[in-house]
Design a protein around this ligand. Structure first.
Ligand SMILES: Cc1cc2nc3c(=O)[nH]c(=O)nc-3n(C[C@H](O)[C@H](O)[C@H](O)COP(=O)(O)OP(=O)(O)OC[C@H]3O[C@@H](n4cnc5c(N)ncnc54)[C@H](O)[C@@H]3O)c2cc1C
Length: 442
């Protein structure tokens, strides 16, 4: 019997899920409607890093070669840069490598891969913004901003950090306990709110040729760099033969968990960046002088959502666990979610009657992994900035800031140790664990 699946959101997680379903679901079981709020798939965004875990998903979809053709693999070098006498203090070793590419290329690759064959199983609906849904014992009714509605067996919320799916799910969960336990209802609602990490990032793509002209010896031309220093850091790496992805971070002391003062994304000028980094190393100052307009993003996250599924509704990607940008965590975890959830939905024993139980398996497998990735990503950013609360135990902070090689090596080692999440357990193994649980429960 056909399982009618509604995917809300055509970003990286929604598109990846459609691809996984196409690959693994029996055609007779497949019926997918993808609803995207925008009139087209959004192809904006800067660079995205894809690690070994996520590359293994592309390999299982037969897309490894197509992905690697568009990407570069920059090694990442750590510099102490908040000084006029900068130096290298380590490099992050990635046993299986990682690749970087512009977000637009990744979205295009996913869209092209879906469209290579005719897609009788998939209907894409643009300009369909989900506002809310109602869930009954036998299905879900989706309500859209244009006043229309539609019915499906399940709803997958792939609608990003501002997810309407998550908002509706958590309003429902809170309502169920509100009468007996208003405090619990309140805490359920709070847990679904994005909170601020205390960090802003100024994002831009710099034309490599321009930098070669104005600063031919600039360090940034030599590969991927993590420019570290007190309270701020910069990440730069090439994402194509012509473009360098640059993120200038600025953390506000005590900002983690505080309400965000102002909008989450605003246009900014290069002058702000020049001012922020005026006392840092010369090469970085030259880069700041030569960037075009930048956008300033407040980095928010959804920390510790208590559940990713409720009945026939499930969350993937940023809607479940938006996280800070380090180590390609957000996009990678979104694709990994899609892989595990897609394989679960494609399992022959999963039907419209037992799909809620199958979603509990997805939650049990993916939530701990994504939560760990979120914490690792947050910690990584603060370590690049020598944040006192995140430094290795016993660090002599004064010596560290003065550039002591031993103290800096400890920071580099800590960063290296945390990289294990990218190869410790692959999504294929997570799927095997999910399969064992499905066999037991269904
Ligand atoms: C415009 C944009 C630019 C980005 N740029 C970068 C970048 O440069 N580097 C980086 O590392 N990460 C970037 N990200 C974030 C990164 O893509 C995500 O962290 C990650 O890929 C998770 O993807 P997602 O599909 O879960 O969420 P998203 O990528 O946020 O996709 C969500 C999709 O859902 C759609 N949507 C939202 N609300 C609704 C609704 N109510 N109904 C229907 N559809 C809805 C959105 O239009 C979007 O297409 C960007 C995200 C966006 C949307």
């Amino acid at each position: 019997m056909t399982l009618k699946i509604a995917i809300c959101g055509g970003g990286i997680s929604g598109l990846s899920l459609a691809l996984v379903l196409k690959k693994f679901m029996a055609p007779s079981k497949l019926s997918v409607d993808l609803y995207e709020a925008e009139p087209t798939f959004t192809e904006i965004g800067a660079g995205i890093t894809v690690w070994h875990r996520t590359r293994s998903v592309f390999a299982s979809l037969g897309l490894q070669a197509a992905l690697e053709n568009r990407a570069l693999s920059p090694p990442m070098t750590l510099r102490k840069s908040d000084t006029k006498e900068p130096f290298v203090f380590g490099a992050l070793v990635t046993p299986h490598g990682c690749i970087a590419l512009p977000r637009v290329d990744l979205v295009q690759l996913l869209v092209e891969s879906l469209q290579i064959d005719p897609m009788p199983f998939l209907t894409i609906h643009f300009s369909k913004k989900l506002v809310s849904y109602d869930q009954a014992a036998d299905g879900v009714t989706l309500h859209f901003a244009d006043g229309s509605s539609s019915r499906s067996d399940v709803l997958v919320g792939a609608d990003g950090i501002g997810s309407s799916t998550r908002r509706t799910m958590y309003a429902d969960l809170a309502e169920r306990v509100a009468q007996n336990d208003p405090a619990k209802a309140d805490s359920i609602l709070q847990s679904a709110q994005p909170t601020w990490t205390g960090t802003y990032t100024y994002r831009t793509l710099l034309d490599r040729e321009k930098l070669e002209t104005v600063s031919p010896q600039n360090v940034m031309l030599g590969g991927g760099y993590l420019w570290c220093g007190s309270g701020k850091h910069v990440v730069s790496y090439p994402v194509s033969s012509t473009l360098i992805n640059i993120l200038f971070f600025d953390s506000i002391p005590g900002g983690l968990g505080k309400p965000l003062p102002g909008p989450s994304v605003v246009a900014a000028s290069k002058d702000e960046v020049v001012e922020l980094y005026k006392d840092w190393e010369e090469d970085l100052r030259v880069v700041a002088e030569n960037i075009g307009n930048v956008s300033k993003w407040a980095i928010r996250h959804i920390r510790s959502l208590p559940q990713y599924a409720d009945g026939r509704v499930v969350l993937i990607g940023d809607s479940a666990h938006a996280m800070s940008t380090h180590k390609g965590a957000g996009a990678g975890q979104a694709i990994d979610d899609s892989y595990v959830l897609g394989r679960i939905l494609a399992h022959p024993k999963v039907t419209t009657e037992n799909v809620a139980e199958a979603f509990k398996v997805y939650d049990a497998i993916r939530r701990p992994v994504a939560s760990e990735a979120l914490e690792c990503s947050l910690r990584t950013g603060f370590l690049y900035e020598f944040h006192p609360d995140y430094l290795p135990t016993g660090t002599d902070v004064e010596k560290l800031h003065a550039g002591d090689r031993g103290e800096l090596k400890n920071v580099a080692d800590e960063l290296q140790d945390m990289s294990y999440i990218h190869w410790a357990e692959l999504p294929g193994r997570e799927w095997e664990r999910a399969l064992d649980m499905l066999e037991e429960r269904l």
